[in-house]
Design a protein around this ligand. Structure first.
Ligand SMILES: C[S@@+](CC[C@H](N)C(=O)[O-])C[C@H]1O[C@@H](n2cnc3c(N)ncnc32)[C@H](O)[C@@H]1O
Length: 287
């Protein structure tokens, strides 16, 4: 049977999506530090990740695309040491500031793209017990990206990424977004399969809540938020206002918007440890 070209489809989908075109550039992230940090702080991402992955106090962690450290710092607190890979200078500066504010001193930062990190030079193969990438798989050369993650890990690899497209009819996203969606977990799962890595997948709900004093502030927040990120259609503001009027809920004198997204956790244990660690992970995930 002819093999489906998942890596080629991944590249094409990434290149055609407005998110993919921007997210691959570190300078794009330099300009989004405050906004990104604000949004992630309002989400349940940290709790979701920490409750799902196996970290022992003596583990070392490699966090690829660490961003401002919202996830990285709690991970570092739970482990012996953490190496953060982050190519955006703006994100790296914020990560260092946040770590120092929280008096976390076991984080080593490498200011490079994952593609440019050399095993045996920047880090060793199998040096880190856990290799993790949370919403940071934006690399076009996806096979080498995933293989290097596998080689870097001693015990586990975890990838957190979107499941399903945000363009579902009547969703918040489709109200303002006119471009193509970025590729989601199903590409990665199939590419891993073709590489001989039979990964586990769990689909989870991630929640974001944003609170605003009034409708105008809410509309302007989202216009600013999406500007320079996605291609806003001409009538976006009008559509956004209509959507928000319908969906903002009064709560304690504020207007609140709750959004749900599906997150996929793709994870596998290194071959040598497979049976024991897989069952340990499954037990932890069922808890
Ligand atoms: C959406 S943020 C995710 C941040 C954090 N992991 C989280 O879950 O909150 C994506 C991050 O990946 C980084 N990134 C982009 N391309 C990368 C690459 N080629 N290698 C490593 N990191 C990359 C960006 O600079 C950005 O900080």
């Amino acid at each position: 049977m002819e093999e489906i070209d998942w890596p080629g489809m991944w590249r094409k989908a990434l290149e055609e999506s407005s998110w993919g075109q921007r997210a691959v550039k570190p300078e794009y992230w330099d300009g989004r530090v405050d906004q990104f940090e604000g949004v992630i702080k309002q989400s349940n991402r940290v709790e979701m990740i920490l409750s799902r992955i196996v970290i022992e106090p003596d583990y070392t962690i490699l966090d690829i695309g660490a961003g401002p450290g919202t996830v990285t710092i709690p991970l570092a607190k739970a482990a012996a040491a953490l190496t953060a890979i982050e190519p955006s200078a703006g994100m790296l500066t914020r990560l260092t500031e946040n770590a120092s504010k929280e008096e976390v001193s076991n984080i080593r930062c490498i200011g490079k793209k994952w593609e440019d990190v050399e095993l045996g030079k920047d880090i060793d193969a199998g040096e880190h017990d856990v290799v993790l990438a949370s919403y940071s798989i934006v690399m076009k050369e996806i096979r080498s990206t995933l293989l290097k993650m596998n080689d870097a890990a001693k015990r586990y690899v975890y990838i957190f990424t979107g499941a399903g497209h945000k363009t579902a009819k009547n969703s918040f996203w489709s109200t303002i977004h006119s471009g193509k969606p970025s590729p989601d977990y199903i590409y990665l799962y199939n590419i891993l399969y073709q590489l001989g890595i039979y990964a586990n997948v769990a689909i989870m709900d991630s929640e974001f809540e944003m609170r605003f004093p009034d409708l105008d502030v809410a509309v302007q927040h989202y216009i600013q938020h999406f500007k320079g990120w996605i291609d806003l259609a001409e009538d976006s503001e009008e559509k956004l206002r209509a959507y928000l009027s319908e969906n903002l809920v009064e709560d304690d004198g504020m207007l609140s918007l709750k959004q749900n997204m599906k997150t996929a956790m793709i994870w596998w244990a290194k071959e040598s440890e497979n049976s024991e660690l897989n069952s340990l992970g499954e037990r932890r995930n069922d808890a």
